[in-house]
Design a protein around this ligand. Sequence first.
Ligand SMILES: *Cc1c(COP(=O)(O)O)cnc(C)c1O
Length: 430
Amino acid sequence: MDDVRRSLPAVDRVLAQPILQDSAAALGREFVKSRVRAALEHLRRGADVASGADAIAAAVSADLPDAPTSMRRVINATGVIIHTNLGRAPLSAAATAALTVAAGATDVELDLATGKRAPRGAAAIGALSEAAGGASAHVVNNGAAAIALACYVMAPGGNIVLSRGEMVEIGDGFRIPELIAATGVEIREVGTTNRTHLRDYLAAIDERTGFVLKIHPSNFHVDGFTSSVPVRVLAREAGVPVVADIGSGLLTPNPHLPLEPDARTALNDGAALVIASGDKLLGGPQAGLLLGEDDLIHRLRRHPLARALRVDKFTLAALEATLLGPPTPVARALDAHPPTAFSRAEQIAEAIGEPATSRTTHGAVGGGGAPGVELRSAAVVLPAELAVPLRTGRRPIVGRVSGGELLLDLLAVDPLDDAVIIEAVREVLG
Ligand SMILES: *Cc1c(COP(=O)(O)O)cnc(C)c1O
């Protein structure tokens, strides 16, 4: 080990090899240097033979990405369409192209015809408003930011009323009630985990109540002796505004997900404000969507904290492209006909040969959407030992290991990536 350490070249000597010079110019010296450092660290820890500076430089060069980011493109073969650990909704090619346009100087806040300042992201906001049936719209950083802004604007120094059946933890330990408490607004919990009635709400509402909050239990499902009060009834009876956090971002009903709430229906049912995420079922960039009456949206937009929660030009560009462009990968996955996945899985397994087989599976929407809904899909079945090499390969593929097998579920895989899967599996099989 000591011998290996002593014989390894210095970082700068590897970096100075001709093969890395062009890359250092294109990707940045510091980025390439970090790769060299990692490669040397790797050799120091595991390798039993030391390599020369030129060999290490060649290996680093072969492994360099197209852009100086450590984030890797991953093929999502988990069978979960909106996978939180894989960045939730993948953007459509059209939305991705919009990001590139937005990257330079752009007219996000300028009217090119008059040369005067224009409302920021007006086209994206207009598209959102139209898609939601004409409600006014505002966009913030994410769903959590939208909830916080609603609390600051609609219940300052007061309380909101929330059912105990809707006290949701989003993930990574974040709990919506704690988020609300952090804004200084008091939460009046009403009802029980399984049952909350209109009379519970009415008993808790007082003159300091800013709104009743309805949170869609988006990542769990309570079955059995349950009851909750719909937005429609609360809007009619509560005497205070109703804010509906629908979570998923469906703007209109989706026939594949009949139990999933949508913005248009919630607004028609009388919600004063609808809150949703942009990167779940909408299939767009991370964003918090706020939809409601014109004067309420105006107040949300003008609150001093709105500036701290505002979205960048990339979000606005990708959101507009998501709303007006071709169907998103999320929509396409939901719409795919199961037989398509079956025949793709068969073809991939056939192309790989032994030991690959194919099988029908059940995938999920994921990302806190449509809990309990099983989507029919198909997978390529491989030995579980391949999970790690495929995940850590040149083009990472993340499947799911179940019952001692690795399933590469095609539900969320772009058909254009089928060939990449075949090649990667062949490579790890040797
Ligand atoms: C996902 C979710 C949130 C949080 O939205 P983010 O965009 O992740 O901040 C809030 N409420 C519900 C019901 C959700 O499903």
